[in-house]
Ligand binder design. Sequence first.
Ligand code: EPU
Length: 418
Amino acid sequence: MEKLLIAGGARLSGRLRVAGAKNSSLAIIAAAALAPDRSTLENVPRCQDVLTFLEILRSIGVTAEFTGPGRLELDARTITDHVAPYELCRQMRASIYIAGTLLGRLGRAEVPLPGGCVIGSRPVDFHIRGFETLGAQVVTQHGFLKAHAARLSAATFYVPRSSMGTTINLMLAASRIAGATILQNAAREPEIVDTAVLLSLMGAHVRGAGTSTITIEGSRDLKGATYTIIPDRIEAGTYLIAAAATHGDVLIEDMISEHITALLTKLSEAGATVAADPTGIRVQADTDLRPIDVDTAPYPGFATDLHPQLAAMLAVATGRSAIRETIFESRFGYADELRRMGADIRVEGDTATITGVPHLSGAPLQAMDIRAGAALVIAGLEARGETQITNLENIDRGYEGLEQKLRTLGANVQRVPA
Ligand code: EPU
């Protein structure tokens, strides 16, 4: 058990390179395992969710080793089991991707209903309906999703609402089906485009990723590939919000700025200076920030995964802000913790109303989920006095080397035994 100690008050400044995208990596590792072959993936973050996902793959027979910084070698020539272990799958949402991989690869899958961040009900009904549309028989029994298909067939599926996980899972299964599967109302996240590019390199033909209609012409003969994962837009966004919140000046190198346009627009509306060019994104804030109103939305809208961090920033803006959460009903796990620091946050229905206070005061806090944990870190950086954060396993699920990166930017952060 460890905790973070943050001495608040430092202005973050400097340059940083973020890791590869966690949510791309999870989808891409699942995709690479569709081919009975070796693959090399570059820019894979060593955050806990990725490590847990690799354990799940090892349990079904895949070999997976990091052979250099960010370089992951996968060997999926043999898959020995179609049942994924409960103890590992319950820890993370993306474990459900194993169903798409196993169904595509072996025609059968038994995968525990997934766990992950406690931010809402997070059912898998769309995934199930999608697999059924591709010809699988699916039941949920004893806490497992059990699917089998003598033969999957290409089909058209309308994703009931924009769902990243459903879109990925169906792209995975469809990549092994000869014929054109069409996903309508597909999610448009950059991580979906990243996965589609890899699947195409492997021998599937995926068109339209990044739009709401994706066509997948699969192949029974997928090959391994070498691929570099995109930078993590949520990690980048977290440090840029922290820069604005601490009146700092931070440049994120090699970041694809169009992946976080919605955030950059809002930071600028709040009074930060934002500069984005192909070398990176720089955010500076010299004066107090103004209040803003934000609605979360599927990409390219404002990411729900940046909502808690933005709330921590707005807790010390000069007026009343509102954040309306439209994706996950229980995304407000940060609010009680920020209130312990003196923040004025009222949550009613889907909206948090945040009235800025002159300063937060350091306090002992618990990280409730990945992004709520990141919000507490930002609050600790802007607060007066010392903040102690426990339940770090939640932060470590999504952030690689958080405190080292913050120290590079001048933060006073240490990880110590709890
Ligand atoms: N939904 C259903 N039924 C389904 C699937 C989704 O009702 O079968 C609903 C969800 O409850 C939610 C909405 O559809 O209200 C969208 O959910 P989506 O499927 O897009 O979310 P996800 O795939 O479970 C991924 C990320 C999350 C991120 C969301 C939204 C991964 C592993 N997780 O989750 O990331 O918040 O998309 O962008 O890619 C995080 O990284 O901290 C994180 C929580």
